[in-house]
Ligand binder design. Structure first.
Ligand SMILES: Cc1cc2nc3c(=O)[nH]c(=O)nc-3n(C[C@H](O)[C@H](O)[C@H](O)COP(=O)(O)OP(=O)(O)OC[C@H]3O[C@@H](n4cnc5c(N)ncnc54)[C@H](O)[C@@H]3O)c2cc1C
Length: 444
């Protein structure tokens, strides 16, 4: 009767539970919080107050694992929008005016709505048990530390829970604050190398009621930062209940204020007035929330010379990104999909199983990591090991593609597919994009 345990009941953990339910007789998900009954805030996921975009690759995987999810979200007010025509995007080179539908349909809602409905979908999966107020405090091993065989638990509420649980495979999906590295160190394993790239980005988010009868050709707007001079960006996305989520972001410690006047003033100073003009007379329905724990952080478990059997680490626990690129939930889904694939052919949870998984995950992470950190390194004060000249050349080329996208729908669509992790960045070097991008004249 193979069984598995998952540490953490946020999106990585929920996706892992769904995947493991196809391969194990019993799956137990351990979450230190209690889950709210509805799509509400909980302490374990403080970022959920901020704008969350589910990239299109993520949408594809979420709906593959939870086929009813899209319909559930739409029935509860999520908004669909074409990623091109229904979004006003302001890049470094000005407004991108898409001339035709991209056919790339975004599904937009609050992060709380997504997580709530994923939880609801999981409730229908019979062999998944959810234990809340159950905080994992360490790993258990057999006679030697070569195999993780279970976890130690602490009850966070009044309910009695077991103090230990055993399983054949344990998945750490406990987010950025994961303690796996420390717990493994107590068992004699070396700490993994950690790469950190910090552009000192800060978020401030406020929710608004969309004014009745508000007329605009777009459903959402994104105003990008403009390196090297304007570190302020912002986004306005529609969400359920006729709301707008407005997140302002400042890079290189140009943090957006969290008071009413300062928030509006920051919005006014963006490179384009579209967001300020939309919100200046709109009714706020929330306080302004700040957030600053946004560094890219990669724990390189794939590089450890020794790894125990019975354990894998995924989601933000392995690698967390600067959130402005919207890659976290999609990377969580990719991590679950990779585990699914591996479990289809391997069911012996030896050290080699975990090592192989961490390496496959790392291979996938390379692309989103390069995309996120490459953008961050456009800023002088970003901390971390700077990439070489080749990255700057690629960035120069990407700028040309973005410029071309203002008037060439094919380039715009290709660029969106890369941003949404549907296609690799190499797809932008297709001759149909490469030549017009390189042959653009100055001022075009
Ligand atoms: C400000 C901000 C904005 C973001 N915007 C986007 C976006 O637009 N698009 C996107 O795709 N991603 C975004 N992300 C990233 C996204 O939120 C995460 O990638 C996503 O939640 C998946 O994370 P996770 O499940 O691995 O970890 P988390 O969401 O951090 O969840 C970890 C879970 O583990 C639980 N836990 C922790 N320790 C223990 C323990 N010892 N025992 C039991 N339970 C434990 C916690 O309570 C929590 O429920 C954003 C992140 C931030 C910070």
């Amino acid at each position: 009767m193979p069984s598995s345990l998952i540490i953490g009941g946020s999106l990585s953990g929920l996706l892992a539970a769904r995947v493991l339910s196809s391969h194990f007789d019993q799956v137990t998900l351990l979450e230190r919080d209690t889950f709210p009954d509805g799509p509400e805030f909980r302490n374990g996921v403080p970022q959920s107050r901020h704008l969350h975009i589910l990239l299109l690759k993520g949408k594809e995987l979420f709906t593959q694992y939870f086929p009813g999810l899209e319909a559930d979200l739409l029935a509860h007010g999520a908004v669909q929008a074409d990623a091109g025509t229904e979004f006003l995007t302001v890049s470094t080179f000005g407004r991108i005016v898409p001339v035709s539908n991209t056919g790339l349909r975004l599904l937009l809602s609050s992060r709380n709505l997504i997580e709530h409905h994923v939880r609801q979908c999981l409730k229908g999966v019979k062999n998944v048990q959810i234990l809340t107020q159950a905080e994992v405090t360490g790993y258990l091993t057999g006679n030697t530390p070569d195999q993780i065989t279970g976890v130690q638990l602490r009850a966070r509420g009044g309910e009695t829970i077991p103090t230990t649980l055993h399983a054949d495979l344990i998945v750490d999906a406990s987010g950025r604050s994961s303690q796996t590295a420390d717990w493994l160190a107590t068992l004699g394993y070396p700490h993994p190398e950690m790469t950190v790239v910090n552009s000192h980005l800060g978020y401030a988010t406020r929710w608004y009621r969309r004014p009745n009868g508000y007329q605009s050709p777009w459903k959402g707007a994104i105003v990008g930062v403009r390196p090297p001079h304007n570190p302020r960006g912002g986004a306005l996305f529609p969400a359920e209940g006729g709301q707008w989520t407005v997140t302002l972001a400042g890079i290189n410690a140009c943090y957006p204020p969290t008071d009413d006047a300062g928030f509006l003033e920051f919005a006014r100073a963006l490179a384009d007035p579209v967001i300020y003009e939309a919100i200046r007379d709109a009714e706020p329905v929330s306080p302004i929330y700040g957030y600053r724990r946004t560094e890219n952080q990669w724990r390189h478990y794939e590089r450890l010379p020794r790894w125990p059997g019975g354990l894998v680490v995924m989601g933000d626990a392995a690698c967390g990104f600067n959130p402005v690129y919207g890659q976290g939930m999609t990377s969580a889904a990719m991590g679950a999909a990779l585990l699914d694939k591996q479990l289809q052919t391997e069911k012996r949870f030896t050290p080699a199983f975990g090592q192989a998984y961490q390496r496959k995950l790392a291979k996938f992470l390379e692309t989103p990591w390069l995309m996120a950190t490459g953008e961050d390194f456009r800023w002088e004060n970003t901390e971390g090991a700077r990439p070489g000249g080749a990255t700057r050349l690629v960035q120069g080329y990407l700028d040309r593609v973005i410029k071309l996208a203002r008037r060439d729908p094919r380039a715009g669509r290709a660029f969106l597919k890369v941003v949404h992790l549907l296609e690799p960045p190499t797809s932008l070097f297709h001759p149909a994009i490469l030549f017009p991008a390189l042959l653009q004249k100055k001022g075009e």
